[in-house]
Design a binder for this molecule. Structure first.
Ligand code: CO
Length: 263
C-alpha cells in the first residue's frame, strides 16, 4: 500500500518565525518516518501572502488531492496545532470529506490533546524556567472562544501541582486574560517577569500583543504595574522538547495506521 503523511500547520507570514518555529517541528516529524511528508497550511490569508512571495503551500484538501493523484492509498495527517479548537475542527472536516480518496486516512492529535499531554508540556515549561524569588514566568497562548480553551487553565493547574505557581498561563484572546494574570502577579509579589509565547510560532501575536511597544501590549501593561519585563521571542516549535512531543504523537499515529491496515 503506497503511503504518505501530511504535516498541517496554521502557517505564519513572518518568514523568520516560519524557519525558526515551524520548520524544525516538520523536520522532527519527517525524522520519524521514511514516508513523504508534504506540508499544508490551514490559513488562506497566510497561504495567499506566501504565494505573493513565490512560496506555494497547499491547504490540506489540496495536499490530499495531490497525494491521491500520485496513487497514494494510505495517509496520516499530523497537525501542529496546540488544541482541539476551530482550526482543528476544520482539519477534521476536510479529513472526513477526503476519506473517499484513500483506503486509509488518519488524523493525529494536537499537542495538547489529552491530560497527559498537558502534564508533559507543563513539565517541559517547568524545566525551562528556573525558579527565582521575585520572578514570575508567563506563557502567553492565543486563546479561543472554543471550549478547547480549557487547556490553558488545565496547564496552569498542572504547573501548580508541580509546585510551580511562579509560572503563569495567559491568553491573548481567551481566558485567563491579562487582568487575571496581573492579579496573580500581584498576589505572588513578582517584580520581574519573563514573558514567552505559548504558541507554536512567535509571529504576529507575540511581536505585537505580547512584546509590542504600544500601551495595550502585555509588556507595556505589566511594566505599568511596576514589573521589569523580559520577552522571549521564539515559539514553542523551536524547542526540541516540544518537537519530541509532536514526534511522539506522530509515531503513535503512524503505528496505528500500519497496525490497522497490516502495512
Ligand atoms: Co490570532
Amino acid at each position: 500500500m503506497k503511503r504518505a503523511a501530511v504535516i498541517v500547520s496554521f502557517g505564519t507570514s513572518v518568514e523568520e518565525a516560519r524557519q525558526r518555529d515551524i520548520a524544525p517541528v516538520e523536520a522532527a516529524l519527517r525524522g520519524c518516518t521514511g514516508l513523504p511528508c508534504p506540508t499544508a497550511y490551514t490559513s488562506p490569508t497566510i497561504r495567499k501572502i506566501l504565494a505573493e512571495r513565490g512560496t506555494i503551500v497547499p491547504d490540506l484538501a489540496g495536499a490530499l488531492e495531490a497525494l491521491a493523484a500520485e496513487g497514494v492509498e494510505a495517509v496520516a495527517v499530523q497537525p501542529t496545532h496546540l488544541l482541539y479548537g476551530f482550526e482543528y475542527d476544520g482539519i477534521q472536516k476536510t479529513v472526513e470529506e477526503k476519506k473517499g480518496l484513500f483506503a486509509a486516512l488518519y488524523l493525529g492529535r494536537p499537542l495538547l490533546g489529552g491530560t497527559e499531554d498537558v502534564q508533559a508540556l507543563a513539565a517541559v515549561l517547568a524545566g525551562l524556567c528556573p525558579g527565582e524569588p521575585g520572578t514570575a514566568h508567563i506563557f502567553l497562548g492565543h486563546g479561543t472562544e472554543h471550549s478547547a480553551n480549557r487547556v490553558y487553565p488545565a496547564l496552569q493547574t498542572a504547573l501548580e501541582h508541580m509546585g510551580r505557581p511562579d509560572i503563569l498561563v495567559g491568553t491573548v484572546e481567551g481566558w485567563p486574560g491579562c487582568d487575571e494574570v496581573r492579579k496573580a502577579l500581584k498576589a505572588r509579589q513578582a517584580k520581574a517577569v519573563r514573558l514567552a509565547p505559548l504558541m507554536l510560532v512567535a509571529g504576529d501575536h507575540a511581536l505585537h500583543d505580547m512584546a509590542g511597544e504600544d500601551a495595550g501590549s502585555w509588556k507595556s501593561r505589566l511594566e505599568a504595574d511596576g514589573c521589569r519585563v523580559d520577552c522571549l521571542l521564539r515559539g514553542l516549535g523551536s524547542l526540541p522538547q516540544v518537537q519530541a512531543l509532536y514526534a511522539a504523537h506522530f509515531g503513535a499515529l503512524l503505528r496505528a495506521m500500519e497496525a490497522d491496515n497490516g502495512i
